[in-house]
Design a protein around this ligand. Structure first.
Ligand SMILES: [Zn+2]
Length: 333
């Protein structure tokens, strides 16, 4: 539980009284949860969410008790991490990301790094049978986010090329896996030689250092790539724009290097470029991810820490040492 805005040391294990789920909600006994950069920002106080807050958007577990007839104790599930009202016009149209009450599990509500979570039954989906518990906890937020970015937003096609900037981050690793799954040619950048190597192992055709990568990208692809997958922001956006082929799209879900960026306008209009934003994803997009997992798509687990070592897990993210997802094992896997 996030208790003090001082970074990983401000997240501590606490006991809370056990309660019963409300009608329409289920209680999920969490097997594994996973953390995202968001948890780090929360712990640093950057999200301005007042503590206490149970962290983590991602979890997989077993239904312990159910206030919804669709689920029974013992059912194995994963959590859809988008929060919404489920009743407004946007929600009923399947556009939960546009709901006025949109939020992220573990940011705008207590999250999943706990033994038992109560959650709206509409946020619960069948756990893919082919995944281990750590894998099932590893994919929801990053795969949902990357799926919406590459498909709904950037409209990536199988005959196109995509450049994934900052390979190593959970969402970037998800993007490499999804783009490969969709049949696209994948390129990646990272500051770390080890992470560039891992990206190659995941099927990237070529990898580049993060400094001034656009020249190398253009050399490797001829005219540049059709889609750049961004989450870094000001530190890489100019190079990302320079890496685009004519008619290419930059799609972004984050800006870990700062909130304001400059763009060279002629590059945007003369080259018919697109600059697209995206956050999280809808329930229908989560279902598409689950279907793709049934078709062989797999998350990448970087490491598994016991829940009691949550501070060490957050510190690993803080040091950007990970490749893929950092998972917390909550009960015996
Ligand atoms: Zn709504």
């Amino acid at each position: 539980m996030f208790e003090e805005p001082i970074g990983p040391a401000g997240v501590r294990i606490r006991e809370r009284p056990k309660t019963k789920p409300a009608a329409g909600s289920v209680a999920v006994a969490v097997k594994a949860a996973s953390i995202n950069h968001l948890d780090l920002w929360l712990a640093q106080g950057a999200q301005r969410i007042p503590p206490p807050r149970v962290i983590a958007a991602d979890a997989a577990g077993v239904i312990e008790s159910s206030g919804d007839p669709a689920w029974r104790p013992g059912d194995e599930v994963v959590l859809f991490p988008t929060l919404c009202c489920w009743e407004c016009e946007w929600c009923r149209a399947g556009q939960q990301v546009k709901c006025a009450q949109f939020g992220v599990l573990g940011e705008h509500s207590d999250g999943a790094a706990c033994e038992l979570i109560h959650i709206d039954a509409r946020n619960v989906f069948r756990k893919p049978a082919g995944l281990s518990w750590p894998e099932a906890a590893a994919f929801p937020l990053t795969f949902l986010t990357a799926w919406r970015m590459l498909t709904t937003r950037a409209q990536l096609r199988a005959d196109e090329t995509v450049l994934v900037v900052g390979a190593g981050a959970g969402v970037a690793v998800a993007a490499i896996r999804i783009a490969k799954h969709l049949g696209a040619r994948v390129f990646a950048t990272s500051r770390s030689e080890a992470k560039r190597q891992r990206a190659l192992e995941l099927g990237a055709e070529a990898v580049f250092d993060s400094a001034a990568f656009s020249k190398a990208v253009r050399q490797a692809t001829g005219d540049g790539v059709d889609v750049v997958f961004e989450h870094v922001g000001p530190a890489t956006l100019e190079e990302s724009m320079r890496s685009l082929a004519i008619g290419g799209r930059v799609v972004t879900c984050g800006s870990t290097s700062g909130v304001k960026a400059e763009i060279t306008m002629p590059r945007l209009f003369f080259r018919h470029a697109g600059l697209l934003g995206s956050t999280m994803g809808n329930a229908s997009e989560f279902e598409s991810v689950l279907k793709a997992i049934d078709g062989g798509l797999r998350p990448v687990v970087d490491s598994v820490y016991p829940l009691a070592d949550v501070q060490a897990a957050l510190t690993r993210l803080d040091a950007a040492e990970q490749f893929g997802k950092v998972v917390l094992s909550v009960s015996a896997l």
